[in-house]
Design a protein. Structure first.
Length: 361
């Protein structure tokens, strides 16, 4: 079968490599270019997936004539430059989350997408878990009546948190991880905007390792119509905590129904004296594990099972067919970023923060 869509992968780390391996197995596309500031990494991945171009030149990769679309999987604070380079080359982009670390960079990307008229998508991977798609369908049909509020919270061990902070010390668990669950609530409550945020945080583990992030943050989000949702994150649990990824729980209460999604995978348990390997943190294993709790999915029998595989293929399908899917675009991702930045600001200042933020100059 002819491979139709040519992809460039920018950032050949864990997520870029995972997406590249998934895309290389998908008959609808092929990997044409791989770029990474670490040339050895670009070459190793490029050779493994049959890329024509490998190197550290992002501009050359995105403007390669065989490249039709671009996946950006560089660290959180480095998204703006490769995203705008790809848009300027008129290539649709899917960039990993969070969009940016500040509103100025996010606005610059959104403006570039509008100016070039090119789709700019952000990888809110958790939307690709089947239960949230089904929930969205039902909520859209009015199954809950008017949503009055709810709660969402996510826990994880400190092992992945230290990986995140190592590559991007200025990011926080709120901006990096709670963002997926703020996005999920806002997606389920589409049409209703967060207008006010109040939060409190506390911490010791991450601070004693030299980072400024709180270990635990709890927020109350108030929506336009008065709906109230609590959103919390605790991302510094002990290294041997059995979750192998995000451990979330989401509940929405409406006038005519309730949605309760317990996604901790406590019911899929394995214990091994040999340890169960972590799919994201190198050389890390836990003796007791919630199987299937890896947020992006699990490689098993040569296939990636999970939301990152479905999302990567969905982006390819979207570019090939133009059929809108559930991957959010720049405006939605920027609103979600603003909510997480407001949570951090409120936790820091102990003051209520109003949204939306003013448009940056
Ligand atoms: N969708 C998901 O479920 C998911 C899960 C984890 C991480 N992420 C996101 O994916 C992105 C990458 O995370 P990761 O775990 O793969 O990180 P990583 O550190 O494993 O890989 C990042 C790669 O980018 C390269 N790089 C750094 N700056 C670059 C630049 N300016 N240009 C080109 N290459 C550059 C690094 O050399 C490295 O190879 C982050 O934005 C992160 O938040 C998404």
């Amino acid at each position: 079968m002819e491979k139709k869509l040519g992809l460039a992968i920018i950032g050949a780390g864990r997520i870029g490599s995972t997406r590249a391996r998934v895309a290389a197995q998908y008959p609808a596309c092929r990997i044409v270019a791989v770029a990474d500031i670490n040339v050895d990494r670009a070459v190793e991945l490029g050779n493994a997936v049959g890329a024509e171009f490998t190197g550290d030149d992002v501009g050359k990769a995105v403007s390669h004539p065989g490249v039709d679309a671009v996946l950006v999987a560089t660290p959180e604070h480095t998204h703006t430059q490769p995203v705008i380079a790809a848009l300027a080359a008129h290539k649709p982009v899917m960039c990993d989350t969070p969009m940016a670390l500040n509103v100025r960079d996010a606005a610059a990307m959104e403006r570039a997408a509008n100016a070039y008229g090119v789709p700019l998508c952000f990888a809110y991977t958790q939307r690709f878990q089947r239960q949230y798609q089904v929930a969205k369908d039902n909520v859209q049909r009015g199954a809950l009546g008017r949503i009055l509020g709810g709660t969402v919270r996510v826990y994880n061990s400190r092992a992945p948190t230290f990986q995140i902070l190592k590559r991007c010390p200025q990011v926080t668990p709120v901006v990096d991880i709670l963002t997926y669950w703020v996005d999920m609530v806002c997606w389920l409550m589409e049409g209703n905007r967060v207008v006010e945020v109040f939060a409190r945080g506390n911490g010791e583990v991450l601070r004693s390792a030299g980072y400024s992030a709180d270990d635990i943050v709890w927020a109350i989000l108030t929506f336009t119509d008065g709906a109230v949702v609590s959103a919390g994150i605790a991302y510094a649990l002990p290294e041997q905590y059995p979750s192998l990824g995000q451990s979330p729980r989401l509940e929405l209460i409406g006038t005519q129904g309730a949605l309760l999604l317990d996604d901790e995978r406590k019911n899929h348990f394995m214990y091994s004296e040999h340890g169960v390997m972590h799919g994201y943190v190198p050389n890390h294993s836990v003796k007791a594990a919630f199987l299937g709790s890896s947020s992006f999915g699990d490689w098993a029998q040569g296939t990636l099972w999970g939301p990152l595989a479905d999302e990567t293929r969905a982006f390819v399908d979207f570019v090939l067919t133009g059929r809108p899917g559930t991957i959010p675009q720049a405006q939605e991702a920027r609103r979600t970023l603003e909510i997480t930045l407001a949570i951090e600001e409120s936790a820091r200042t102990c003051k209520v923060v109003k949204l939306p933020f003013p448009e940056p100059a």
